[in-house]
Ligand binder design. Structure first.
Ligand code: COA
Length: 389
């Protein structure tokens, strides 16, 4: 990566779930303060902030989220900037923070992600989320996100023989991981039968193939690596931060069985880091639906096209197997407060590399990756991390 080397020196998050008793600002302040405490800062060292939120205006009526957060976190007058890229908003904010430090513009930066989604009913939330796709040609015609990913799943099944059992295996594994994550929305294991027989949402995706609607926030503190050692014994270096764009609408894509922007962002990230998929010990990937995890692990080169479903069924993506995928429980079980997800992924990888992964700690985890997608793949962001000590 060009410029100064950047490290995560502190992480923090709220529990993910339904926080009916707490406001948007309370969530982000809690996550931010936890990260500040984790980095052992007073807060005065911070010179800039970035926050990812996809739809705070539509979901809770609150625009101008950067200024609100600066105010409620006691950060005034430092600049705090809101970043939006649908469900990839968190990772886009992280990338802004990385660039601010790498360029020498700022030293200590706080990056947050937040969404408060459960104040509205499912229909209203679906319509707001649908704005992450092509409003005129998809949402207006009735295609919700479960519907869009269902089309991708059907095509994957048609081309590669991927089965409902394979999708269910992703869900069972992520619920198993989520059951061991104290921050997860669903801390309960499910069986293959639970996944296979859950109510249908958008054929072939049932309830257990879908990420839920979630409230939550997460935050990280970034610093130049040469200063990181004065705050923490275990800085986590960000060795690649790459982003790519693709078509908003599914119908404009050459293929429905992979996400081109994610493939490009992933390939660029490996090149920047001088690493290959085989070097990755643990990855948090964007499993907004079970098929999305299957596509992600193929796009990132962990498995060849068509081999990810069988790999999930064979248990190769468990925390103690070939490649640990979504040790947090992923979006499926840990929850998906859309703007917060990318930052939660970074928190999970930092914990894993620091050896604090609790019930799903990957043995000797030294290199991690996060993959965060906006909409059905129009924005993709991939970060690679390694132990910085
Ligand atoms: N997985 C497992 N359980 C879920 C769930 C999920 N994804 N979503 C809801 N539940 C549970 C609830 O906890 C509740 O359980 P309880 O009865 O024991 O309390 C029950 O199912 C009913 O919840 P409810 O909120 O009424 O579900 P719903 O049918 O209104 O919504 C979905 C379910 C799948 C339609 C909704 O979660 C959804 O739209 N998810 C996708 C979100 C999305 O598109 N995100 C962006 C991706 S790009």
């Amino acid at each position: 990566m060009q410029g100064r080397k950047v490290a995560i020196i502190g992480v923090g998050m709220t529990t993910f779930g339904e926080h009916w008793d707490r406001g948007f600002r309370d969530l982000v302040v809690e996550a931010g303060l936890r990260a500040i405490q984790d980095a052992k800062l007073t807060g005065e060292e911070i010179s800039a902030g970035y926050v990812g939120t996809m739809a705070s205006g539509a979901l809770v009526g609150q625009e101008h989220a950067g200024a609100l957060i600066a105010d409620y976190m006691g950060l005034n007058p430092i600049p705090v900037t809101r970043v939006e890229g649908a469900c990839a908003s968190g990772s886009l904010a992280l990338r802004q923070g990385v660039m601010a430090i790498a360029s020498g513009l700022h030293d200590i930066v706080v990056v947050g992600g937040v969404e408060k989604m459960t104040d509205l009913d499912t229909a209203a939330v679906s319509e707001i989320l649908g704005g992450a796709g092509d409003q005129e040609w998809e949402l207006f015609m009735g295609a919700t996100f479960p519907g869009l990913y269902a089309m991708m799943a059907r095509r994957h099944m048609h081309e590669y023989g991927t089965t409902k059992e394979m999708l269910s295996a992703v869900s069972v594994k992520n619920h198993w991981n989520g059951a061991r994550n104290k921050y997860a929305q669903f801390q309960k294991e499910i069986t293959m039968e639970d996944a296979m027989t859950a109510k249908m949402v958008a054929d072939p995706l049932g309830l257990m193939d879908c990420s839920p609607i979630t409230d939550g926030a997460a935050a990280v503190i970034l610093a130049p690596i040469e200063k990181a050692a004065s705050y923490t014994k275990k800085p986590v270096e960000i060795v690649a931060s790459e982003q790519a764009s693709g078509t908003l609408a599914l119908h404009s894509r050459k293929s429905l069985t992979s996400i081109e922007a994610a493939k490009i962002a992933g390939a660029k990230a490996y090149k920047t880091a001088g690493l290959t998929p085989k070097d990755i010990d643990v990855a948090e990937v964007h499993d907004c639906f079970t098929i999305a995890e299957i596509i992600a692990t193929e796009d990132l080169g962990f498995f060849k096209p068509g081999e990810s479903g069988p790999a999930a069924l064979a248990g190769k993506t468990r925390f103690d197997a070939e490649i640990a995928i979504n040790t947090s429980g992923g979006l499926k079980a840990a929850g998906h407060p859309v703007g917060a997800t990318g930052i939660k992924q970074a928190c999970e990888i930092a914990w894993q590399l620091r050896g604090e992964g609790e019930g799903t700690q990957v043995k000797d985890a030294k290199i991690g990756l996060t993959h965060n997608v906006g909409g059905s793949g129009a924005t993709a962001v991939v970060h690679i991390y390694k132990q910085g000590w």
